[in-house]
Design a protein around this ligand. Structure first.
Ligand SMILES: Cc1cc2nc3c(=O)[nH]c(=O)nc-3n(C[C@H](O)[C@H](O)[C@H](O)COP(=O)(O)OP(=O)(O)OC[C@H]3O[C@@H](n4cnc5c(N)ncnc54)[C@H](O)[C@@H]3O)c2cc1C
Length: 379
C-alpha cells in the first residue's frame, strides 16, 4: 500500500541519508558491536552532514526540519541499512528538544549548536536501580544551595552512558513531595559525576548503556532546566515523542525482519518444496503482513498528529504497545521459520530478534502502556 504523507523532499532526504549509512555505518557495524560502542567521531560525521538535530532552527545549527517525518525516515533507514545501537536519535530528537522546549535562550545558545555538530553528545537519566516504571520512586536528590544544587544519587541502564557529555538527570527537589522533580544538565568532568560499568546486554551490542553516579555534584543554577519543581510534567510531555520514536523503530525493525523471513522461506527447501509452500508458513506470513500494514497506517497517522501537535499520550502508548508486541511476534516467527539458522548469530534474523527484545521494556513497558491506555478508556 502506498504510504501517505511523504513527498519528493522526503525521498531525496531518505536517499541522502541511506547513502551516508551505506558509506559510513554499514562497513563498521560489526566492529562497533564487538567494541560495544559507536565511536564519538560518528556523531561529528553526522553533524558535519547536517543529520543531527535536523529539527533545530538554523540559529542553533539545525536545518529547521521540524516535520517528524525526517526523523522517521532516519529511524527507518537505520533499521534497514544502519546500526540500531547507534543512538543518534536519542541525542537528536529525544533529549535535545528538552533544551528547546524547557530551557532558556542562554541554555539553547550554549548547548544546541554543539549538539548539532556532534561535539556534545546527550543522554537522559531517569531510571535508577530501584525505580524505573515508577519514576516518582526515584531516590536521586538535588538540594538547593546559594548558587548551585547539590546532586546525589545513582542511575542505571543509561543509553549513551559512556559517550554522553551532557546528561539530563532527573532528581527529587523537595523531600516533602515525592512528585516534585527537577531536571539538571550534568556535564562531563563535573567533580563527583562518575561513570560505572558499561552494561552487557542481550542485544543492541553497539550501544553504550551504563551506570552513572552522582556524589555531591555541584550543579550550577544555570544548568537547571526550566522550573525545578516541574520535571515530572516535562518528562510526561516528552515521553509522548519518545514513545512515537520507539514505535517507528519497532515497526521498521519488524518490516525488515518480515522481509528477511519472506526471502529465506522462498529459498530454503524441505520435503521437496519451498518452506514458503507450507500452509503454516503462508498463514503465518499472511497474518503478519496484514498486521504490519495496519500498524504502518496507524503509525504514519500518529506522525501526522504529532506534527500537528495533537498526538495524545494514549495514542502514542497504543502505537508503542502494538508495534513492539508485533515486532516481537515477527521476530519470533522469523527465527522459527529460519529453523536452526535463526538461532545462529551469523543470520541477521537472530540479531534482530535479540535487538528487538528490549522494545517491550524500555521507554515504558507494555504493561505501563496498557495502564495509560486503560486510563483513557476507563478513567
Ligand atoms: C537497553 C536499555 C536502555 C535504556 N535506556 C534508558 C535511558 O537512556 N534512560 C533511562 O532513564 N532509562 C533507560 N532505560 C530504562 C528503562 O526505561 C526501564 O528499564 C523501563 O522503564 C522499566 O523499568 P524497570 O527496568 O525499573 O522495570 P520495573 O519498573 O521494575 O518493572 C518490572 C516489571 O514490572 C512491570 N510493572 C511495573 N509497574 C507496573 C504496573 N503499574 N502495572 C503492571 N506491571 C508493572 C513492568 O512492566 C515490568 O514487566 C533503558 C533500559 C534498557 C533495557
Amino acid at each position: 500500500m502506498q504510504r501517505l504523507g511523504f513527498c519528493t523532499e522526503h525521498d531525496i532526504f531518505r536517499e541522502a541519508y541511506r547513502a551516508f549509512l551505506q558509506k559510513e555505518v554499514q562497513p563498521n557495524k560489526q566492529a562497533w558491536r564487538q567494541a560495544g560502542i559507536v565511536p564519538r567521531e560518528m556523531f561529528q560525521k553526522m553533524g558535519a552532514l547536517g543529520f543531527l538535530l535536523v529539527w533545530a532552527d538554523e540559529e542553533h545549527g539545525g536545518l529547521g526540519l521540524w516535520d517528524f517525518r525526517y526523523q522517521q525516515i532516519m529511524i527507518e533507514e537505520d533499521n534497514r541499512f544502519g546500526e540500531v545501537g547507534f543512538y543518534h536519535t536519542l541525542h537528536s530528537r529525544l533529549v535535545a528538544p528538552y533544551i528547546t522546549h524547557f530551557g532558556n535562550a542562554a541554555q539553547q545558545q550554549r548547548w544546541l549548536p554543539r549538539c548539532a555538530t556532534g561535539e556534545t553528545i546527550l543522554a537522559i537519566a531517569m531510571t535508577e536501580p530501584d525505580a524505573g516504571s515508577d519514576l516518582a520512586g526515584m531516590k536521586t536528590r538535588a538540594q538547593e544551595r546559594s548558587d548551585h544544587w547539590l546532586l546525589n544519587g545513582a542511575k542505571t541502564y543509561i543509553s549513551n552512558g559512556i559517550n554522553g557529555d551532557v546528561v539530563l538527570v532527573a532528581a527529587k527537589t523537595n523531600p516533602e513531595n515525592p512528585r516534585q522533580i527537577g531536571l539538571f544538565l550534568v556535564e562531563r568532568g563535573m567533580p563527583g559525576f562518575e561513570r560505572g560499568r558499561q552494561l552487557e546486554k542481550m542485544g543492541l551490542h553497539a550501544q553504550d548503556t551504563a551506570e552513572l553516579f552522582f556524589n555531591e555534584v555541584r550543579v550550577p543554577k544555570e544548568n537547571v532546566l526550566g522550573d525545578s519543581a516541574l520535571g515530572l510534567q516535562y518528562l510526561k510531555a516528552s515521553l509522548v515523542e519518545e514513545r512515537l520514536i520507539s514505535a517507528v523503530g519497532s515497526l521498521a525493525n519488524a518490516q525488515c525482519g518480515f522481509a528477511l523471513t519472506r526471502d529465506y522461506v522462498n529459498e530454503r527447501r524441505a520435503f521437496g518444496k519451498k518452506i514458503a509452500d507450507f500452509q503454516n508458513t503462508r498463514f503465518t506470513l499472511a497474518d503478519l503482513a496484514a498486521d504490519l500494514e495496519v500498524a504502518q497506517v496507524y503509525v504514519d497517522r500518529c506522525v501526522d498528529l504529532h506534527n500537528a501537535g495533537e498526538l495524545s499520550a494514549h495514542s502514542a502508548a497504543k502505537a508503542k504497545l502494538v508495534t513492539s508486541e508485533l515486532e516481537a511476534r515477527v521476530m519470533d516467527a522469523g527465527v522459527q521459520l529460519h529453523g536452526g539458522a535463526g538461532y545462529m548469530q551469523e543470520y541477521e534474523i537472530c540479531q534482530r530478534f535479540l535487538d528487538a527484545r528490549v522494545s517491550r521494556i524500555f521507554a515504558g513497558s507494555s504493561e505501563i502502556m496498557k495502564e495509560i491506555i486503560a486510563r483513557s478508556v476507563l478513567g
